[in-house]
Design a protein around this ligand. Structure first.
Ligand code: ATP
Ligand code: MG
Length: 315
């Protein structure tokens, strides 16, 4: 995967986000490194920055002294507590006796944790503060409880601008020795909206078809985007909720499609399908569009939408 192959290893190689990177670089070099909280949309460098920080602080010892936890995998706070406790207590395996760096815990998708779990996390952060530093990552800052926010230096990552994405794609294309048209690259940006991971994936898919040109990019976007959304809609409308939901998670988490894009494509696909009851469908879409816009949890909302679509058919 090009996204992994070209994931920056040093803070200064991260594309754009320059104010954030400057701020982080200063903190990382200060004698007392604080906890940090990163928020922002998918595929813009949050996890990458956290890994770069670990490498910068810990050097060659970074792997042994960094714990990566995914809050949404390890559902219960109990699990987080045990893993953190064990990790914080474990002897540092540094070869150098004077090694006095903190251990680093990267807690990804922290906004998936309930507020009770976050309250417990706050205690864990305090209890292990002597030896560890947390880098907490989320998409929605509003879903992180205030006491955690106030214990961290907060950095808000933003979608990447067109010029930076295109330049980065050109760099990768040159290294991979594939031809990439300017127009095709612009098209990639326009359909991925500043999500660099998604952009790189689309370019790799197009390159796999021979060259990064308009036709292949279109096909790659079609393959990845609209037509997959169409398949999910069909499953949902047929009442196959579980299958539809698994495909949805694949699309949003593995492929990195944003939830609002999902709604957008679902809308386009549905009208091409000539539904029996387009009015009810439109009302449902409007309802869930509104819920997402007002900040409700996207994964839960889209799953609920799929469930509602299944009922639509039966009625
Ligand atoms: N600012 C960036 N500079 C360079 N590469 C980037 C940047 N943002 C994303 N990428 C590319 O996209 C991939 C995914 O980025 P990363 O894991 O940092 O995203 P993220 O912000 O953590 O997203 P998510 O919220 O989905 O976890 C990286 O491996 C890298 O190839
Ligand atoms: Mg990430």
């Amino acid at each position: 995967m090009w996204t992994e192959k070209y994931r920056p290893k040093r803070l200064e190689d991260i594309v754009n986000q320059s104010d954030i990177i400057k701020g982080i670089t200063n903190l990382v070099r200060s004698p007392d490194i604080p906890h940090m909280l990163f928020s922002g949309p998918a595929g813009v460098g949050k996890t990458t920055a956290a890994l770069c920080i670990a490498m910068e602080i810990l050097g060659d010892e970074w792997r042994k002294n960094t714990l990566e936890l995914n809050a949404s995998d390890e559902r219960g706070i109990k699990m987080v507590r045990e893993r953190v406790k064990e990790f914080a207590a474990s002897v540092k395996l540094a070869t150098d006796k004077d090694f006095d760096k903190p251990k680093i815990i990267i807690l990804d998708e922290a906004d998936e944790m309930t507020s009770e779990a976050q309250t417990a996390l706050r205690r864990i952060i305090e209890d292990s503060a002597r030896t560890t530093r947390f880098i907490i990552i989320c998409n929605y800052l509003s879903q992180i409880i205030e006491p955690i926010q106030s214990r961290c230096v907060v950095f808000r990552f933003t979608r990447l601008p067109k010029a930076d994405v295109i330049e980065h794609l050109k760099m990768i294309a040159a290294k991979e020795k594939v031809k990439a048209d300017e127009k095709a690259l612009e098209q990639i940006y326009d359909s991925t909206g500043g999500d660099l991971r998604h952009s790189i994936n689309v370019m790799q898919a197009a390159a796999g078809m021979g060259a990064v040109n308009a036709a292949n990019v279109n096909a790659a976007i079609g393959l990845s985007g609209r037509s997959k959304v169409g398949d999910i809609l069909k499953l949902a409308l047929a009442g196959k909720f579980n299958e539809a939901r698994i495909k949805l998670l694949e699309l949003t988490q593995v492929y990195g499609m944003s939830e609002t894009d999902f709604l957008k494509y679902a809308n386009q696909e549905a009208y091409d399908m000539k539904l029996e009851n387009p009015g009810e469908f439109a009302a449902l879409m409007a309802e869930y569009d509104y819920r997402l816009a007002s900040g409700a949890h996207p994964e839960i909302q889209l799953a609920a939408l799929l469930a509602q679509l299944g009922r639509l058919k039966k009625n």
